[in-house]
Design a protein around this ligand. Structure first.
Ligand code: ZN
Length: 396
């Protein structure tokens, strides 16, 4: 047994501005005591304690710090072991930032699956390979599906070893025109079939989609989580709130393009478009918060300029800038995604899973303390999803 003594803490829902002692026994919280009550136990002392952070969207096989486009393209042809080295470095970056659970959003090389179990500390959910339409966006992370029959077969194969199903529903944003490239990849009927098959196989679904047309199709098809979701609308957000659909707005990749336009050579007109896209995104996240949409923090780390670990703190900062409270923002990056994914809670209470992030100071006093991590307490979670156990589809 050991003790963590913190000056302030967040239990997963509420902030407590007073000292606490959390007694840890193996992977369990044995007790939560007021004040400094470590007694004779070996104790770690810190300014602030919370459930381990969760990054709901990252790509472990990609190094977000690599900014040279030719090098990034060459990496997609690199030997598997080289990709695993990148993934292991990214695992270390997550842990160093206080992240103890990540959801990998797809690669076609299987680095995400192979990385599971590679760390004794970081828990990894892996979607394996995603689904896309032939010839459409997503070649580095998805396999091609032309018919509903092919979708059924693919999901059966993917479900054998994946924790979630990733669907590429739209193209990416064309920053120069400020629009999404192309029509939605899967029509409403096909996407409904995909979601139904995935749920029957016990997989939650999350869809890469931006542009109101594609987002609307995904929400109506019952996709569990909308990833990116640029060009959102209030009407769609109202439906998402009704259905309990999650939204992972991944500000970071677009924000980086806006912050460092010289790297891609964006002219001023494109920089203005990027700013307008980000402003609209902030407004819609604020609306989502008011409507009670399940907002989760995910960085899309691995994208150019989006470094694993630290970029999750950027996402929390974006949520704060949208007017979310610190409690809501920290829940979006810890307790809420665990609940939505059916993962074991890591709330700070007696008997719960001991999976915690320590910081030097209390972010409720100064958000910058989230940039001063002081270690994690975690044991990587075993994969417990029963193969073939069906999920119930969300209502609606
Ligand atoms: Zn992604």
């Amino acid at each position: 047994m050991k003790a963590i003594v913190a000056q302030g803490w967040f239990d997963g829902a509420r902030h407590h501005a007073r000292p606490v002692t959390v007694v840890v026994d193996g992977d369990r919280i044995a007790d939560v005591l007021a004040g400094d009550a470590a007694g004779a136990l070996p104790a770690t002392r810190c300014g602030f304690l919370m459930p381990g952070l969760v990054d709901a969207h990252c790509h472990l096989f990609l190094d977000g710090g690599e900014l040279d486009f030719a090098t990034r393209t060459r990496h997609l042809e690199a030997p598997f072991e080289r990709m695993m080295e990148v993934a292991r470095a990214n695992v270390r970056r997550h842990l160093a930032a206080g992240v103890t659970l990540v959801r990998d959003a797809g690669d076609r090389y299987g680095v995400n699956h192979a990385a599971r179990g590679g760390s004794a500390t970081l828990s990894i959910r892996s979607a394996g390979i995603a689904l896309r339409r032939p010839g459409r966006y997503g070649g580095f992370m998805a396999r091609e599906i032309a018919t509903e029959d092919e979708a059924r077969d693919a999901i059966r194969e993917i479900a054998a070893d994946a924790d979630d199903l990733k669907i590429i529903e739209t193209g990416i944003i064309d920053f120069e025109s400020g629009t999404v490239k192309g029509a939605p990849q899967f029509d409403a009927r096909t996407l409904e079939t995909i979601v139904r098959c995935a749920h029957a196989a016990g997989l939650r679904t999350f869809a890469h989609c931006s542009g109101s047309e594609g987002i609307a199709v995904a929400v109506d098809a019952g996709v569990d989580s909308i990833e990116h979701g640029f060009f959102m609308t209030r009407e769609i957000l109202a439906r998402m709130a009704d259905r309990g659909t999650a939204w992972v707005p991944t500000f970071s990749p677009v924000h980086f393009q806006w912050r460092r336009p010289e790297l891609a050579g964006w002219p001023p007109a494109t920089v203005a478009k990027l700013r307008a896209i980000l402003d609209a995104h902030e407004e819609h996240v604020a609306v989502a918060a008011r409507l009670g949409v399940n907002l989760c923090a995910g960085s899309d780390a691995g994208s150019p300029g989006v470094v694993h670990g630290g970029s999750l703190i950027d996402e929390i900062d974006h949520f704060l800038a949208c007017g979310l409270t610190m409690e809501r923002s920290l829940a979006a990056a810890s307790s809420l995604p665990r609940r939505l994914w059916g993962a074991e809670p890591a709330d700070i209470r007696r008997g719960a899973r001991a999976e915690m992030a320590l910081f030097e100071g209390d972010p409720f006093a100064d958000a910058a303390h989230l940039r001063r991590p002081a270690g994690v307490v975690a044991v990587a979670a075993p994969r417990t999803r029963e193969r073939g156990a069906a999920l119930t589809s969300p209502a609606g």
